[in-house]
Design a protein around this ligand. Sequence first.
Ligand code: SF4
Ligand code: SF4
Ligand code: SF4
Length: 233
Amino acid sequence: MKRLNKKWIQPLRWIVQTCFMAGLFVAFVHPQTVARWPLWTLLFVGVFFCGWVCPFGTVQDWLGWCAVKCRLPRFKVPRHIQKYLQFSRYLFLGLMFWGITFSFSNAPFYFQNNLMHHMLSWASGLTLTFFLIAGLFCDRPFCNYFCLKGAADGLVSMFRLISIHRDNNACIHCHLCDKVCPMNVSVEKTGFVRHPNCINCMKCVGVCPKNCLKYRLMRIHLNKKYVKFPKAL
Ligand code: SF4
Ligand code: SF4
Ligand code: SF4
């Protein structure tokens, strides 16, 4: 199978992320407007906001990139821990629905507010600092385990129409897709990526040596046996 050149995906993603970040600095982009990312996009293609727009996600990506360049040790949470730990942000979301709120758990928007209006409470400041330092040693720790918006959007995105499909016949089970995924999704084990953690960063698509990860319309394949849902969900 001819391998398509997908090297443009990550540079394009970085350009989009940088544009939104620059927009925040010069106040072209209003945090509340960015926060109101349209719901229909979640139902259509899943969570693009987190992978391509969110400034706090962008900062975590940049820190990860710097850490790799500086050869800092990087860790991935082992699968047997991840399968439980991935629910932490839903725990915070559930507590919020029960009326227990954490001012510091909305760090992305405190972050944006801080950039624009220099407002940052000590609690959100401490949380941001902790997760920014943690971001030097593992991929997107805040997004993976703490973010309420990411958790809520991820749940809605499970009903998306279009998602990444893995061609099981072409797959050589090299696990490269699992290794590059910043959100610890087990791409190699699934037919369609429907996991609520997926942020559509397309790193898995770009790295696949057999070009067997492609965006497809879910309903075409819904009746086929290789459609699997994440085991932990
Ligand atoms: S999970 Fe939260 S912090 Fe991470 S990119 Fe999404 S909205 Fe931003
Ligand atoms: S990178 Fe491609 S070939 Fe390798 S396990 Fe993932 S889907 Fe299969
Ligand atoms: S599954 Fe692929 S697109 Fe989704 S977060 Fe992981 S690497 Fe990015």
